[in-house]
Design a protein around this ligand. Structure first.
Ligand SMILES: Cc1ncc(COP(=O)(O)O)c(C=O)c1O
Length: 332
């Protein structure tokens, strides 16, 4: 592809593959997938996503507008703190605190609250939603002070397994069996690594749960997992200083999420060898370090580097630091 770096490229046929998988997941596990718009919000791909799965999860007024525009049928709204009641136009609403609930519950079409289960999962600190001192979600005891409630919401996972899901479902069953029969929905959040999931186990535990609580619509709200392996971020080497290769990107402009979760990024088609370079950004910041890689041949100015699996949470977090123009996005 003849294009000026830096740019993102997302492959339509790979998206279709993931969407077929998620559609089948809904059917086999008898669940509802609501794509989390926070992770990615380009219109054309979203139109396609909306045709395959049950709905979208949104966290702002702008995301709500976009979800409607691209055709998502059902919308689940959650915000750490709502400033106003724009969520009235969603189908399900989750509040993050008792004060937010008290302020807005009357405006919610179907009202729920996020619970912090305080279970230790294997998550990086930045994404540890179950932290005992977290501000995300209420304590389980607080549920009983609510005047009315239709659903419970949990988001506690990061690249989680079916065993983690089992831990969460057991917790929910052990702590809320008295109210679950009166609820309409249960949102189990995002953070599941569905492509590496033990689906047989997931099917079994969800089925057992459903037999106990047939009244519950079970929602999952994945972002990253639905976008797994859909495209690359393509950059060029613009200078080489000692063993540093300076690229036409930076952590601050295009790679914030990678830095935050300390993600190791892979280079496409890279053959490993004896030529070691630290790839760095061009922001001028000493900490603008992408990583150390071994190459088969020495790098040269003008070489193209393609970082793999770069769609989730990258584009949505791009910045215009140093008045940098936004990186181009191609979908084909
Ligand atoms: C409340 C909530 N649900 C779902 C997600 C999506 O999580 P993931 O992209 O890890 O699947 C997020 C992401 O931060 C979130 O905050």
């Amino acid at each position: 592809m003849e294009s000026k770096t830096p740019y993102f490229i997302m492959h339509k046929e790979r998206l279709l593959y993931n969407l077929e998988f998620f559609k089948e997941l809904e059917r086999v596990l008898d669940i509802n997938i609501y794509f989390c718009l926070k992770s990615f919000n380009k219109k054309e791909p979203l139109k396609l996503i909306s045709k395959y799965i049950s709905g979208a999860t949104i966290s702002s007024k702008q995301e709500l507008k976009l979800a409607k525009k691209v055709g998502f049928k059902d919308i689940f709204s959650y915000s750490t703190a709502y400033k106003d009641n724009y969520f009235k136009e969603a189908d399900f609403v989750s509040f993050n605190s008792i004060s937010q609930y008290n302020k807005f519950y009357k405006d919610a079409p179907s009202v729920g609250i996020r619970v912090n289960p305080k279970i230790e999962f294997n998550t990086p600190k930045y994404c540890n939603y179950s932290d005992k001192n977290s501000f995300l979600g209420v304590d389980k005891e607080s549920i009983y002070s609510l005047k009315t409630i239709n659903g419970l919401h949990f988001h506690t996972m990061f690249r989680a397994t079916a065993e983690d899901l089992e831990t969460l479902l057991n917790y929910i069953d052990n702590n809320f069996s008295n109210i679950l029969p009166n609820l309409k929905w249960l949102n189990l959040g995002g953070g599941y690594d569905f492509f590496n999931f033990n689906l047989i186990k997931a099917k079994k535990i969800l089925k057992e749960f459903k037999i106990k609580y047939p009244n519950l619509k079970i929602i999952f709200e994945p972002g990253e997992s639905l976008l797994d392996n859909l495209g690359e971020f393509v950059v060029s080497v613009i200078d080489i200083v000692n063993s540093y290769a300076i690229l036409d990107t930076s952590i601050e402009t295009h790679l914030l999420d990678i830095a935050i979760v300390n993600r190791d990024i892979k280079i496409k088609n890279k053959k490993t060898g004896d030529h070691t370079y630290t790839l760095v950004g061009n922001s001028g910041l000493r900490g603008d370090i992408i990583g150390k890689y071994n190459f088969k041949k020495p790098l040269k100015i003008g070489d193209i580097i393609e970082f793999e699996n770069m769609i989730a949470y990258t584009l949505v977090k791009n910045t215009n630091f140093l008045m940098t123009k936004s990186a181009k996005f191609y979908f084909n």
